[in-house]
Design a protein around this ligand. Structure first.
Ligand SMILES: C[S@@+](CC[C@H](N)C(=O)[O-])C[C@H]1O[C@@H](n2cnc3c(N)ncnc32)[C@H](O)[C@@H]1O
Length: 251
């Protein structure tokens, strides 16, 4: 009986526990950034100019918002533990370790970002993803496409590297902030609306962006409370948009 209990304890994946995972992310980041001096960045013509400066401020930071995408992904029956997964815009290893905590095999999870210190995060641009067509069973892009000044190209690249029938999960923060509000709040403008018109801000926007390739929608969370940060300050529980769908066969 005791042996059975100890065996089941040993099978628990501790990375699912946010506090433990956050310590692991922090310790590993400290090792790779401070000790090994591995932090690198890359510029992208299709990304807002403030991206690196803005995101470097939170390179040590972690949160649990990716649960909106990772949890649905973890229960889709076409994606087993061996699924090969690309994480676009992880910033640090938190997204990767969350997926490992949910049972996906660590060796099959790779990140892609314009900032990287980690051997598991390729330095690269989502507008020119450095992987061949149909490389991944799932592509997950959380809170990252909002930095794109060319979301059409980013979306086409995500579809290209996802296997037909594979799964794409994408999430953004719901926001009613204009660049001038960001200037008041942050001290600089983050969005470049003169290039994209307006931000992607709803499930409908993503249904339109991926219209040619979206097949079955497994999960959709359309910022039900519609609560945005404002120029006056950050709110406690900002709303988020998330959509998880399969890519058409031959799409
Ligand atoms: C706000 S963080 C998201 C971190 C994490 N996914 C989360 O939701 O907490 C956005 C990340 O996207 C990356 N990013 C922005 N533009 C990118 C691009 N063109 N290609 C790859 N990564 C990009 C940024 O460098 C940053 O690390």
């Amino acid at each position: 009986m005791l042996l059975k209990f100890l065996r089941s304890l040993a099978r628990i994946n501790l990375l699912i526990e946010p506090t433990i995972r956050h310590y692991v992310v922090y310790a590993r980041a400290w090792y790779w950034i401070r000790l090994r001096r591995r932090l690198r960045t890359l510029d992208s013509d299709d990304t807002v100019k403030a991206n690196i400066m803005h995101n470097m401020k939170s390179i040590w930071g972690v949160n649990n918002r990716m649960n909106l995408l990772t949890y649905p992904l973890s229960v889709i029956e076409t994606l087993g533990p061996d699924a090969r997964i690309l994480v676009i815009g992880p910033r640090n290893e938190n997204d990767l370790l969350s997926l490992a905590g949910l049972g996906f095999r660590k060796e099959n999870i790779v990140g892609l970002d314009l900032i990287s210190y980690s051997p598991h995060i390729h330095l690269g641009d989502m507008h020119a993803i450095p992987f061949p067509d149909a490389s991944f069973d799932a592509v997950i892009c959380g809170w990252t496409i909002s930095y794109s000044t060319n979301p059409r190209r980013a979306a086409d690249e995500m579809v290209r590297v996802t296997k037909p029938g594979g799964v794409l999960a994408i999430g953004v923060e719901y926001s009613t902030m204009e660049p001038r509000d960001e200037k008041v709040l942050l001290g600089y403008e983050l969005q470049e609306f003169e290039k994209i018109g307006r931000r992607l801000n709803s499930a409908r926007d993503f249904r339109e962006l991926f219209a040619g390739s979206m097949d079955h929608v497994y999960f959709e969370h359309d910022a039900p409370r519609k609560i945005s940060h404002t120029a006056e300050g950050l709110v406690d529980r900002v709303s988020n948009v998330g959509i998880v769908f399969s890519i058409k066969q031959g799409g």
